[in-house]
Design a protein around this ligand. Structure first.
Ligand SMILES: Cc1cc2nc3c(=O)[nH]c(=O)nc-3n(C[C@H](O)[C@H](O)[C@H](O)COP(=O)(O)OP(=O)(O)OC[C@H]3O[C@@H](n4cnc5c(N)ncnc54)[C@H](O)[C@@H]3O)c2cc1C
Ligand SMILES: *[C@@H]1O[C@H](CO)[C@@H](O)[C@H](O)[C@H]1NC(C)=O
Length: 424
């Protein structure tokens, strides 16, 4: 069998994870990863590794490396405007029964770096930074996919093209079009959240502190192992018109995004002024609309979408990274099963993963709005719910209230497939 030429667009979490598993698939392959950013993007705040993704990183021999990098968070506290605690949810201390703070809570940047390091040293893998695709065309004559690039890389022919280029995937747009209502296959959830790093203060503890107030506004501080504090600022509203300004700002750049947030947070109480000031001088500001990618099939011919590009469950699901890692494992496994029939392998990847994707995309009822009330009364009601959850010490309820974990995830339902190529 001749080498399979595989192109992966996007070197975030899913891309390098797929590359690693492909080199274990016992299929001769040459793998090219094109990443639009000129250097590895090793920023981002806490992400979780849950459920079967824990087995996948164990299979990569990375459990200890990842454990040594986990954030030092001991749990989460909901706080009132004066900083007094409403309720406290300690981490469960058990990888198989994870609460809001998962046992594998790691900064996205650290995880991206770990995956980059293991993938870049593999001889079959070629990394190209500062490049992205502009055209993808399936050729009927030789069954290959012709791809053109923006920044000088010559046109190439590939057996498989994988779009692992995030929620606003270029590959998805080029191959699947803009979707119903030109909506880019995005299901908007009525929330925008910014993530950034600020200096630590004595009042920041090993617990995440979560504050919400009327107007659907929230602020969160979380500890890190680097002696700083990781912060979130978010706005939620069912009325999507509230976001017209930020939707424009998303295209304009960071300054405009920060200005919109600063205005929204005026008079919000708690430490919100500190967070807004910290945001303005942060170096790793990253803002994202909270949305899910909903597409009937995330494969087409020899093109597959992977991770957020194909089935972003949104950060409030708590399983974006988990589904990207599990997806990479299944895609590599299915290619190992049918290297001679790639379209068939990709259809299998879709069919095997779909039930898991559906589970990941099941959000708690009313999320994110139930935990981000618009009115003062709404705030009191959520306060009460949070208080009850805490006194019962029901962590599963806690994660539903906080919107941090899909309910469907509280029990393992989906059985991960085993692949002969990865055994032994
Ligand atoms: C900088 C950054 C910070 C993040 N911070 C958080 C966070 O704090 N909390 C959270 O829950 N989630 C965060 N996310 C999202 C989270 O990483 C994903 O939900 C999840 O890990 C799935 O990973 P992915 O590889 O599918 O997508 P991503 O991690 O988004 O990776 C996609 C990669 O593709 C690259 N890319 C984009 N467009 C192109 C293109 N046209 N051509 C080539 N490459 C392209 C991006 O630069 C990125 O490296 C962040 C993502 C990024 C990119
Ligand atoms: C929705 O938000 C817009 C902009 O903030 C506002 O003008 C409008 O009145 C709101 N609509 C409803 C139904 O609340």
């Amino acid at each position: 069998m001749s080498n399979l030429h595989i192109l992966i667009s996007g070197g975030g979490i899913a891309g390098p994870c797929l590359a690693w598993w492909l080199t274990k698939a016992q299929v001769p392959a040459h793998i090219t990863i094109v990443e639009r950013s000129p250097t590895p993007r090793t920023t981002g705040q806490a992400v979780d590794i849950r459920d079967f993704a824990v087995d996948v990183i164990r299979g990569m021999g990375l459990e200890e490396t990842i454990r040594s990098k986990t954030t030092t968070e001991e749990g989460i506290e909901f706080v009132y405007a004066d900083g007094v605690r409403k309720a406290k949810f300690p981490a469960s201390g058990d990888a198989d029964a994870q609460s809001f703070t998962s046992e594998f809570e790691i900064l996205r940047g650290d995880l991206a770096k770990i995956f980059y390091e293991v993938a870049k040293d593999v001889k079959e893998v070629e990394y190209i930074f500062g490049e992205h695709i502009t055209e993808v065309q399936e050729e009927s004559s030789n069954g290959k996919v012709r791809v053109r690039f923006a920044n000088g890389r010559p046109e190439g022919q590939y057996d498989i093209v994988v779009g692992a280029d995030g929620m606003i995937s270029k590959t998805r747009q080029l191959v699947f079009g803009k979707g119903p209502d030109d909506g880019n296959y995005l299901k908007r959830l009525g929330q925008y959240v910014a993530f950034f790093t600020i200096p630590k203060m004595p009042s920041d503890t090993k617990f995440a502190q979560w504050y919400f107030t009327h107007g659907g506004r929230m602020g969160v501080t979380r500890p890190s192992q680097y002696g700083d504090t990781r912060a979130y600022l978010g706005v939620s509203d069912k009325n999507l018109s509230r976001f017209d300004g930020i939707a424009r700002a998303m295209k304009e750049g960071k300054e405009a995004q920060m200005a919109w947030l600063a205005e929204q947070m005026q008079g919000a109480g708690w430490q919100m002024e500190r967070l807004v000031e910290g945001m303005k001088s942060s170096e790793d500001f990253y803002m994202q609309e909270t949305a899910q990618v909903k597409i009937e099939s995330f494969v087409k011919g020899r093109v597959a979408l992977l991770g957020d590009a194909g089935y972003c469950p949104s950060p409030i699901s708590g399983v974006g990274t988990t589904s990207a890692i599990v997806g990479a494992y299944v895609l590599a496994g299915e290619i190992s099963n049918s290297p001679d029939n790639i379209p068939q392998a990709l259809v299998q990847y879709h069919n095997v993963l779909r039930p898991f994707v559906n589970q990941c995309q099941t959000l708690p009822p009313g999320a994110p709005h139930i935990a981000n009330p618009q009115t003062e009364l709404g705030v009191k009601i959520v306060d009460t719910m949070v208080g009850i959850a805490s006194s019962l010490l029901v962590k599963k309820i806690a994660s539903v209230v906080s919107g941090a974990l899909p309910r469907a995830f509280t029990s393992r339902k989906w059985e991960a497939p085993k692949y002969a190529a990865f055994e032994g």
